[in-house]
Design a protein around this ligand. Sequence first.
Ligand SMILES: Cc1cc2nc3c(=O)[nH]c(=O)nc-3n(C[C@H](O)[C@H](O)[C@H](O)COP(=O)(O)OP(=O)(O)OC[C@H]3O[C@@H](n4cnc5c(N)ncnc54)[C@H](O)[C@@H]3O)c2cc1C
Length: 166
Amino acid sequence: MNAGAYGSDWSDILERALVVSEAGSGWLTPAELGLSYRHSELAPGQVVARVEFRLEPRPVEQIKADVAELVARRKATQPTNKRTFGSVFKNPPGELGAGQVLERCGLKGHRIGGAVVSPRHANFIENADGATSADCLALMAEARRRAREQFGVELEHEVVLWGLAP
Ligand SMILES: Cc1cc2nc3c(=O)[nH]c(=O)nc-3n(C[C@H](O)[C@H](O)[C@H](O)COP(=O)(O)OP(=O)(O)OC[C@H]3O[C@@H](n4cnc5c(N)ncnc54)[C@H](O)[C@@H]3O)c2cc1C
């Protein structure tokens, strides 16, 4: 899913990936993998077996400092100490991120059953107390409805739903 954060993702440093399937195996470039924002064209049954990255050597202390800064930024803005399943929705086109749209819809702290829209970052759902998948799905449906009605924004799931209708 071409994970990324803070302005870059794996496609920026991926040189090529060895993809194996029933049909055989072959090295694919990021363009051939169809990598874009939180997306790849990998089909079910295609497995990434090896990857080669294009990395730039830098002083270890500099790398450690950069990582520490990003971790601190994440801790300050996201509920990293709560039980969540990561970013719920992809950022929509436009200036506002999914979290900002949902915050402006007044959803921070909104609760259904045991699932709560994180008071720290509205694009996360926290398991506050025995949340079920049904609680989370109901909260996600409510968030999509409000974003559509209040901002005309159609939010797309970043999380993958297994065996459940979106
Ligand atoms: C708290 C939290 C924070 C997160 N923050 C971010 C973030 O900042 N940015 C971001 O981009 N994402 C973020 N995510 C999402 C995260 O990147 C995805 O959950 C990611 O897919 C996890 O990879 P995994 O290998 O652990 O999961 P898995 O469940 O093992 O794999 C995820 C999917 O990839 C497939 N897969 C796994 N291995 C292979 C393989 N070798 N070849 C082909 N397919 C394979 C699996 O079948 C599955 O469909 C966050 C998630 C959480 C829970």
